[in-house]
Design a protein around this ligand. Structure first.
Ligand code: NAD
Length: 484
């Protein structure tokens, strides 16, 4: 691909309006998942850096909450504009550090811009209400910004998921310290640069990296932080909720899932495959709402497995920087290990590998984190992969007979983020919408994430919603003012 920008070698933190380089800080290597080679060294925040960020966030909040909401909205709109202008420069950086194809990376940056646009408008709609009282008296319910926020976002959508916290916090009038993943710092810095260039003060939006456990325990223990927002794995989310309990800090937790896909024999099979195959392998399957457990009605099971498999075998895997690539490497060295171990265990339990199932080197170079797009058929329920989120390019298939059985299977795990179903029967579709235990249900679609719709899980998939009007409320507290 032409015009690939150089990866920045001067990675920095952004604290109290200052871009801060390595100095005598510890560093962590940023690795290119396509080759395993080091791209740059990332400075890690010291305790003093974090204390400085906390002090700035406290002052920044006092000023920012009092800004005219139209001014805040204008800065968010400007951020969106800058993101769209710079998408072509930011996307290859994201690809170099995360692996996804550039086309997907551009979509991620444009998606982040859409969040800033949405919350620029929503900022004005933080309505309260006035209660009915005798003449001369007033009781009002006010929505007010909650206070400084600590936001932890993961490496699978490192740009978009940071924006999903940053935009609503700023819209609500909060200051925010972002701690995006250490694996993908350049696209996070590029986002923060847009925010700063749009005029948001440097003590209002800040960026730190560090040892995750150290940063989170330090920030969450501080009385300055009034809100914790985390996207990542269930175990880390539970741990952070315990830390937050100490100061009764409010949390939003988006903790992933293990999405079921119910394929009924009355579905439009070609259209269903057109939708599901690319969606399964988007971002190499490292998506919290990725379609994962395919339960297929017996009448169409064999045909579905066969056609899904043959389409999977046509998928072009390679460098994310190549135009033709449909799937890049996995994001870090942990992923192929974890995915491979789950597949081996499933095979030992009787699952049939319809295609894929192993690491490989499509670029001809060793050292990358590639894994074959994989279809496992007849996967027994006892296999760990049917309960542990594979978070990789693996589709799991099982047949079912009745509607009730399908619902039972869909709801059998302690997770409930996304679920999908494909049927042409409208009455059945309504019942699916009612009965599936998930925060988002896609019927005949996988389009379940948009700026105006709440996104979040039930059961152990999380707590609270992002996006939508709920996404703004997550950064506000309710106050009742009574006046006689
Ligand atoms: P992990 O559990 O080590 O980390 C998950 C995320 O949490 C990472 O971004 C990491 O930097 C962060 N983290 C880890 N410990 C932390 C701490 N003490 N304080 C603050 N942040 C902390 O797992 P991983 O290997 O990075 O990812 C593996 C699993 O995580 C996946 O299998 C998937 O289930 C889950 N995951 C979910 C999402 C999502 O969008 N919900 C995103 C990424 C990963």
């Amino acid at each position: 691909m032409a015009d690939t920008p150089a990866y920045p070698t001067d990675l920095q933190l952004y604290i109290d309006g200052e871009w801060i380089g390595r100095g005598d800080r510890d560093v962590q290597a940023v690795v290119n998942p396509e080759s395993g080679e080091t791209l740059a060294e990332l400075p890690l925040a010291t305790t003093d850096d974090l204390d400085r960020a906390l002090a700035a966030a406290e002052i920044g909040f006092r000023e920012w909450r009092n800004r005219d909401v139209n001014e805040r909205g204008a800065m968010l709109r400007k951020t969106a504009e800058l993101l769209r202008e710079r998408a072509g420069e930011i996307a290859p950086l994201l690809t170099m550090e995360q692996g996804k194809p550039v086309k997907e990376a551009i979509g991620e940056v444009i998606g982040a811009a859409a969040l800033f646009d949405w919350f620029a408008e929503e900022a004005r709609r933080a309505y309260g209400r006035v209660l009915v009282r005798p003449p001369g008296q007033r009781s009002m319910v006010l929505q007010q910004p909650i206070g400084p926020v600590a936001a932890f976002s993961p490496w699978n959508f490192p740009h978009f998921l940071m924006a999903r916290k940053l935009a609503p916090a700023l819209a609500a009038g909060c200051s925010i310290i972002c701690k995006p993943p250490e694996e993908t710092p350049a696209c996070a810095a590029a986002l923060m640069k847009c925010v700063a260039d749009a005029g948001v003060p440097g003590n209002v939006a800040q960026l730190v990296h560090g040892v995750p456990a150290e940063v989170s325990s330090h920030l969450i223990a501080s009385p300055v932080i009034r809100k914790l927002s985390f996207t990542g794995s269930v175990p880390v989310g539970k741990h952070l909720m315990k830390l937050a309990a100490e100061n009764v800090t409010r949390t939003t937790m988006e903790l992933g899932g293990h999405a079921p896909v119910l394929i009924f024999d009355d579905c439009d099979l070609d259209r269903t495959l057109d939708i599901l195959v690319p969606q399964k392998f988007r971002n190499a399957g490292q998506v919290c709402v990725a379609p994962t457990r395919f339960y297929v009605q017996s009448g169409v099971y064999d045909r579905f497995v066969e056609e899904f498999t043959s389409r999977t075998e046509q998928f072009t895997v390679g460098s994310g920087l190549e135009d033709a690539t449909q799937m890049g490497p996995l994001a870090n060295a942990r992923r192929p290990e974890a995915v491979g171990a789950l597949i081996d265990e499933a095979k030992a339990n009787g699952a049939r590998v319809a295609t894929g199932g192993a690491r490989y080197t499509p670029t001809g170079k060793d050292g990358g984190f590639f894994f074959q797009p994989t279809v496992l058929a007849d996967v027994p329920l006892e296999a760990r992969i049917m309960s542990d989120e594979p978070f990789g390019p693996v589709a799991l298939m099982r047949p079912f007979d009745s509607f009730d059985e399908a619902i039972e299977q869909a709801n059998r795990l302690p997770y409930g983020l996304a679920a999908f179903a494909f049927t042409e029967n409208g009455r059945q579709a309504n019942r699916l919408g009612d009965l599936i235990e998930a925060g988002m249900v896609g019927i005949n679609t996988v389009g379940i994430s948009s700026a105006d719709a709440p996104f979040g899980g039930v059961k152990q998939s999380g707590y609270g919603s992002e996006d939508g009007i709920e996404g703004l409320q997550a950064y506000m507290v309710t106050k009742a003012v009574h006046q006689a």
